[in-house]
Design a binder for this molecule. Structure first.
Ligand code: PLP
Length: 290
């Protein structure tokens, strides 16, 4: 049954205090001169809401504030945004999985007042990716692994609205018979997916790549690490090379929304993946919210 999305719009008082109120999600709200639209100048978060509970809300809001700081936007008030997310999720018709999208832009050009909203809508059905795995291409991001210190203006590691490149890489993958992408740096470090974190398993050692390489610290990866350590395995943040991708016992792409997608082929070469482990990991991600 189709269900209507829920929208909460931010307003900012003269003293800078933000508050949220429900708004009609089918009515236009964004001005054509909003810098979020004209320059992709803003930040966002996507939070999955499972059985009405926003997952890893605190971590998402911490990352939202970090991204805002990286583009010199005012710090979003975590309590105000958390309340808006919970109210918007509660206002939506119940669904097993919803997505809450939080957006903060630099606002209408010249106004100095940010635009913000929380939009809650039914999640995409990811049962095929979760259940059958994904085919992945390894693509160059063409930045060096020290991009964060060498060129901080490239905003690597911030979740900005400028995702056109990320989406272009996904279209490239699809045009070449794959579903998704793993980026590598120009000097051979494994980075992340265009909207996901890489997780590799080597026996009982679970590895993800370091945020210092200019990648986003994944909230889903954090929760997957909680699961790995609870089962007595080791969870480590460490650098991975392209060759490590070929020797790993299993690989996943992790993200809010899709949660865990096992990689079943890399550049056309089949990769082993374990349906039992995938089911365990997915169960954890769907039931343990922090
Ligand atoms: N890396 C990038 C570039 C992303 O856009 C995302 C999520 O959208 C992630 C990693 C995964 O982060 P999370 O698990 O918090 O969704």
């Amino acid at each position: 049954m189709p269900s209507s999305p829920v929208l909460f719009l931010m307003s900012v008082a003269p003293d800078g205090t933000a508050s949220f109120a429900p708004a009609d999600p089918t009515a236009p709200h964004l001005r054509v001169d909003d810098l979020g639209a004209t320059r992709g100048d803003g930040v966002f978060e996507s939070i999955n809401v499972v059985d009405g509970v926003p997952q890893a809300l605190r971590h998402h809001l911490t990352r939202f504030a970090r991204s805002a700081a990286m583009v010199d936007l005012p710090t979003p008030d975590a309590a105000v945004w958390a309340d808006a997310v919970r109210r918007a999720a509660a206002a939506h018709e119940p669904r097993a999985e919803l997505l809450a999208k939080l957006v903060l832009t630099r606002g209408v050009e010249g106004s100095g007042v940010p635009t913000g909203w929380v939009h809650v809508f039914p999640a995409t059905d990811y049962s095929r990716e979760r259940g059958q795995g994904i085919d992945v291409l390894v693509l160059e991001r063409a930045y060096p692994s020290d991009v964060v210190t060498r060129a901080p203006w490239l905003l690597q590691g911030a979740k900005t609205l400028s995702y056109a490149l990320n989406m272009a890489s996904l279209r490239y993958a699809r045009a070449h018979g794959a579903h998704d992408v793993v980026f590598v740096s120009s000097d051979g470090d494994v980075l992340e997916g265009p909207n996901s974190t890489v997780l590799a398993r080597f026996a009982d050692r679970w590895v993800t790549t370091p945020p210092e390489l200019g990648i986003l610290e994944g909230t889903t990866q954090g929760r997957a690490f909680g699961w790995a350590t609870a089962r007595g395995d080791r969870a480590e943040v460490d650098r991975l090379t392209r060759d490590d991708l070929l020797t790993a016992d299993a690989l996943w792409l992790l993200s809010s929304g899709r949660l865990a997608a096992p990689i079943r082929s890399l550049d056309g070469t089949p990769r082993p993946w374990d349906a039992g482990l995938q089911a365990e990991l997915l169960h954890h991600l769907l039931t343990v919210h922090e």
